[in-house]
Design a protein around this ligand. Structure first.
Ligand code: UDP
Length: 395
């Protein structure tokens, strides 16, 4: 499997992976999160565990179990750590701990290194048996509700280190801190090379015309992704450049707000035949891949963002990207080099036109973007970083 990354991932990363594999030979590496499916954390773990195993490290992935009440509580914790006011009571904190205690009784927590993902399983540290315990925080802790952070902090302080995705998401807890950004897998269904036939199949399925340039945004129907802003920018462009807009997202059955936002977007598009709003079923990786590969310009006009994996996904396909200057997007888009960062609808419209009118520049930036992702945001780099942190802690 690792051999498949030869010629794709930087050679140095692969060498380091093998060397770290030798150093950590036969040691055990346990990952624990709260869901096996859905969300970026699960997606990356699915891809990562087999690669780590191939390095002769005993990688394991466990998932904590909880009932509806538990996940309602952890959602509140998640939201308030990202700055939204939620009503948390002492009972809820006790339940958060209790459910983790029950999980600790069932799970085999014995390992040389244990990576605990996000706040849902953070209390497991209380049941530590052996090994190095690291808290892997994927969310933005830059501006939490203090009271909620004060409940999480004592758990955090018991870990040996914390890992954050983006520097500005981090928060001091008096332990070692590391920044390890997320990554994409270049050989997954979402990112692998596609044949022209495979691309055509997707375009045909969704009846997307290919006679004009395509502007694309792939994202959940969420106001923070600013789909209405994307339509506004597209309309400004459309006065001068004939093009089509594709907005692709999944129906968010478990998220009532998703449906409302989708309806808002559909109303705003008001049957414009050149705006294609696609509702993709879950696991549409190949279709997303094909759409990204067909786009002329890719937008991720987020107003608030985590990391924004869709940006790296598009850059990996050599596309010129325009992103909102939010969350992890500025980490990926170096303004004017690997794409453009924008702060407004007007800015987005201006940059779309610039790309449409100058295909040479678009191509060059796309190529630079791809190399930037190759060097910084591929899964092999992320595994390299995890193993390096662990190795440094062992020695
Ligand atoms: N995605 C998907 N189907 C959709 C919309 C998005 O599979 O309908 C994928 C997208 O390709 C990316 C991930 O979901 O891999 C979204 O990650 P990102 O960090 O961009 O945003 P998030 O949804 O986590 O806020």
């Amino acid at each position: 499997m690792i051999d498949q990354y030869a010629g794709i991932s930087p050679k140095g990363d692969l060498v380091l992976l093998h060397k770290l594999g030798e150093k950590l030979y036969n040691k055990s590496f346990l990952h624990i999160n709260s869901t096996r499916a859905g969300g970026g954390v699960a997606e990356i773990l699915h891809r990562m565990i087999p690669i780590i195993k191939e390095l002769s490290i005993n990688a394991r992935w466990e998932v904590i179990e909880g009932d509806e009440r538990f996940f309602e509580i952890t959602k509140k914790i998640h939201n308030s750590l990202q700055g939204n006011v939620e009503n948390m009571t002492e009972d809820m904190w006790e339940y958060h701990y209790e459910v983790n205690k029950r999980n600790a009784e069932k799970l085999d927590l014995e390992a040389d290194a244990i990576l605990i993902h996000d706040p849902q399983p953070i209390p497991l540290i209380e049941f530590k048996k052996s090994g190095k315990w690291i808290w892997r925080c994927h969310i933005d802790l830059s501006n939490p509700i203090e009271e909620v952070w004060n409940h999480i902090l004592p758990y955090t302080q018991k870990y040996e280190a914390a890992i954050f995705s983006v520097g500005k998401f981090a928060r001091a807890a008096g332990i070692d801190e590391f920044i390890i950004p997320p990554s994409i897998d270049p050989i997954s269904e979402k990112n692998r090379e596609l044949t022209d036939e495979e691309i055509k199949e997707t375009l045909h399925k969704f009846q997307i015309p290919i006679d004009r340039p395509m502007i694309l945004q792939v994202s959940r129907f969420d106001r923070f992704k600013d789909p209405i802003g994307v339509i506004k920018a597209y309309r400004m462009v459309k006065k001068y450049n004939d093009c089509i807009l594709v907005l692709a997202g999944s129906p968010a059955t478990d998220d009532p707000e998703g449906e409302i936002v989708l309806k808002e977007v559909q109303d705003y598009a008001s049957n414009d035949p050149d705006i294609h709003i696609l509702l993709l079923p879950p696991f549409s990786d190949k279709d997303i891949n094909a759409l990204q590969r067909s786009a002329t310009v890719v937008l991720q006009k987020s107003l608030k963002e985590g990391f924004g994996l869709t940006v790296s996904e598009a850059m990996w396909k050599g596309k010129p990207v325009i992103g909102g200057a939010a969350g992890g997007i500025p980490l990926q888009i170096i303004h004017g080099v690997t794409g453009f960062l924008v702060h407004s609808v007007e800015g987005a419209a201006f940059r779309i036109r610039q790309f449409l009118n100058d295909p040479h520049m678009a191509k060059q930036m796309g190529e630079k973007g791809k190399e930037y992702v190759r060097n910084n945001f591929l899964i092999t780099r992320q595994i390299r970083d995890y193993l390096s942190v662990w190795y440094a802690m062992e020695n």
